[in-house]
Write a protein that binds this ligand. Structure first.
Ligand SMILES: Nc1ncnc2c1ncn2[C@@H]1O[C@H](COP(=O)(O)OP(=O)(O)O)[C@@H](O)[C@H]1O
Ligand SMILES: [Mg+2]
Length: 237
């Protein structure tokens, strides 16, 4: 279980999060929503170890992560897919896989690539294609394959459907739902399209101005009259 407690964090001396608590469990999708600038990406960066933590802590199965380096945090099984620039567009798909697999033992590498291609068969024919030439959805698949190649226990997605066509966005979300189940992943999903994310997720957190203003189930948040209307643009009947 990933546990974030009373987190105060930001960049340099600038504080953005003012007391965020969150808990995420294996086999479940924990959805983080909130208005633009509310600190969703900062939360993921804080967990990944690339923001400044002033107060509070991040723990994975009771082990304190918040004092470790980003490299150590990644090694402990936390994968983070940033909102942008999550693949090397000047490299081919195969080369991207190589980059992601640098921490994987040489002997294990071929089976990890094979598993990635079974998950995203569409990528097979693009192995030697420069990633810049792929569609947005295909690039997102490469990024997901790269994250999964290291067999993480926690995967954090920052707006994985941004700029994707609705159909492709649905596919990406369905893949996230299915790998969460089959790989028993602890998935944290930050989404701008709150409705769609809350429909596939299990647990929900709403951030506003760097604070957690709601925690509960996705269903509860979807059906919450004021919060949905005020912050998420949801029309609740
Ligand atoms: N690298 C950074 N340095 C300074 N301030 C930043 C940085 N990244 C984001 N911020 C600021 O932190 C606040 C929260 O941003 P962010 O976490 O990206 O929000 P969200 O992902 O919810 O839209 C914003 O005011 C943003 O300008
Ligand atoms: Mg963001």
């Amino acid at each position: 279980m990933l546990q974030v407690s009373d987190l105060h964090s930001g960049y340099g001396k600038l504080q953005i999060l003012n007391g965020v608590s969150l808990r995420a469990n294996p086999g479940r999708i924990t959805v983080v929503v909130g208005p633009n600038g509310s600190g969703k990406s900062t939360l993921l960066k804080s967990i990944a170890g690339i923001a400044t933590i002033f107060q509070g802590k991040v723990e994975l199965d009771g082990v304190l992560l918040s004092k470790r380096s980003a490299t150590d945090i990644a090694r402990s099984g936390i994968a983070y897919l940033p909102q942008t620039e999550n693949i090397f567009t000047n490299l081919t798909v195969k080369e991207n896989f190589r980059m992601a697999g640098y921490t994987v033992k040489e002997d294990d590498y071929p089976s990890r690539v094979k598993a990635a291609l079974e998950l995203f068969p569409q990528l097979s024919r693009y192995l030697d294609t420069k990633s810049a030439n792929l569609s947005g959805g295909e690039r997102q698949m490469v990024a997901m394959a790269m994250a999964l190649m290291r067999k993480p226990t926690v995967v954090m997605f920052d707006e994985p459907t941004a700029n994707l066509a609705p159909k492709v966005a649905t596919q990406v979300l369905e893949t996230i739902a299915s790998i969460t189940k089959t790989m028993d992943l602890t998935t944290i999903l930050v989404e701008q399209n709150a409705k769609r994310a809350l429909e596939i997720g299990t647990d929900a957190f709403l951030l506003v101005s760097g604070k957690t203003v709601f925690s509960g189930t996705c269903r509860e948040l979807l059906e919450h009259k004021e919060l949905g209307r005020l912050y998420l643009g949801l029309q609740v009947a």
